[in-house]
Each structure stands twice: as structure tokens, then as C-alpha cells.
Design a binder for this molecule. Structure first.
Ligand SMILES: CC(C)(COP(=O)(O)OP(=O)(O)OC[C@H]1O[C@@H](n2cnc3c(N)ncnc32)[C@H](O)[C@@H]1OP(=O)(O)O)[C@@H](O)C(=O)NCCC(=O)NCCS
Length: 161
């Protein structure tokens, strides 16, 4: 019998279009596909995807056969520190611990490279994401005025991992 399993794995080149789609579906952003591709190519080792895998050898998912990408995290290095440039989980798969796992794996990768401080920005109005980050131990550092292209402020967060 076939069964669906969640897996977090390193992203590879062929995941890029899925990452772009998940990013654009879920994050209010002006980042273009080519901006996201540039980030990916510069920091590939800090990009992970959450995939559902069909344990049977059937072609369950229309486009991908056995796998479906439902989330990703894009880590980068900024000012010598780990940085979360993007993280998203498709709506129907949220609140099941996937986001938490994605943050955990990218943090372990940062730590393995000696990067023990991780920073990120969240939109001031995005109380859901802020709650999520703060539950993972991120602390508010300061407000970056008009950080986003539409003029919204960001709350910069940091975690010592
Ligand atoms: C933020 C996001 C990645 C969280 O992913 P997720 O898989 O739903 O998160 P998890 O299920 O791992 O949640 C981990 C914890 O955070 C809490 N949490 C997650 N989303 C929350 C929300 N919107 N409001 C309040 N708490 C939230 C969960 O309750 C859980 O708490 P627990 O550890 O006490 O059980 C997801 O909501 C998302 O993709 N949002 C849209 C994109 C986005 O805002 N990205 C961040 C800015 S770039």
C-alpha cells in the first residue's frame, strides 16, 4: 500500500522552479524568479525543501511522479552571520511542524559552518510569522524602517543557536 511521508532534504537545481513557486505563492515579495535563482546559486547549501514522498512506485503527483515540494527554507550569509532569506510552507500543510523542521535543519547547517547567530526580518504586520519565529527562539532586535519595497517596516530578529 502506498503512503505519504514528509521529508526535509537539501535542495537541488531541479527544485528551483518549485522553490520559486512556493516562494511566490506564500511570501509577499518583489523578488523575481531570477533574484531567487541568484540567491539559490550563491547559497545552495543552505536551501532545503520539504517534500511529500509517495512510498509506492506510483505516479501520485501530476508533475513530479513520486515527490511534491510543499515548503522550503532559503538560508544565506549576511554580514558574516546566518540569515533566513525566505521560508514558506504551502497553506494546506501548515501548522503541522514543517516550518519548525525547516528552521531546525538550516540552523544545524549554519552551526556546522561555525555560524552560531542567525538573523531574519519579518513584516511588522505579519503577526503569524512573528509568532512562529518567536516560538523558535528568535528575539526582536530592532525595527528597520521602510525595509520593504512597499514601505512597510521590518522587525529584525536574531537567534543564538
Ligand atoms: C511561517 C510559516 C513558514 C510557518 O510554517 P508552519 O509549518 O505552519 O509552522 P509550524 O507548524 O512548524 O509551527 C511551529 C510553531 O509555530 C506556531 N505557528 C506557526 N504559524 C503560526 C501562526 N500563523 N500564528 C501563530 N503561531 C504560529 C505553531 O503553532 C507552532 O507552535 P508549537 O511549536 O507551540 O506547536 C508558514 O505559516 C508560512 O509559510 N507562512 C507564509 C510565508 C511566511 O510568512 N514566511 C515568513 C516570512 S518570509
Amino acid at each position: 500500500m502506498s503512503e505519504l511521508r514528509l521529508k526535509i532534504r537539501k535542495a537541488i537545481e531541479t527544485d528551483l522552479s518549485d522553490i520559486v513557486n512556493v516562494w511566490k505563492r506564500n511570501i509577499k515579495t518583489i523578488n523575481t524568479a531570477s533574484d531567487i535563482a541568484d540567491l539559490f546559486h550563491s547559497f545552495e547549501k543552505y536551501f532545503f525543501v520539504a517534500v511529500y514522498t509517495d512510498t509506492a512506485d506510483t505516479k501520485r503527483f501530476e508533475d513530479k511522479g513520486k515527490e511534491k515540494v510543499i515548503g522550503f527554507v532559503g538560508g544565506t550569509i549576511r554580514s558574516g552571520q546566518g540569515h533566513i532569506s525566505g521560508i514558506a510552507v504551502d497553506k494546506e500543510y501548515r501548522m503541522k511542524g514543517v516550518g519548525k523542521l525547516l528552521l531546525k535543519v538550516v540552523s544545524a547547517e549554519f552551526l556546522a559552518d561555525g555560524l552560531d547567530i542567525v538573523t531574519l526580518e519579518a513584516r511588522k504586520s505579519d503577526t503569524g510569522a512573528i509568532r512562529f519565529y518567536e516560538k523558535q527562539g528568535y528575539k526582536r532586535l530592532y525595527i528597520a524602517k521602510k525595509y520593504y519595497a512597499d514601505g512597510e517596516d521590518a522587525i529584525v530578529h536574531e537567534k543564538k543557536i
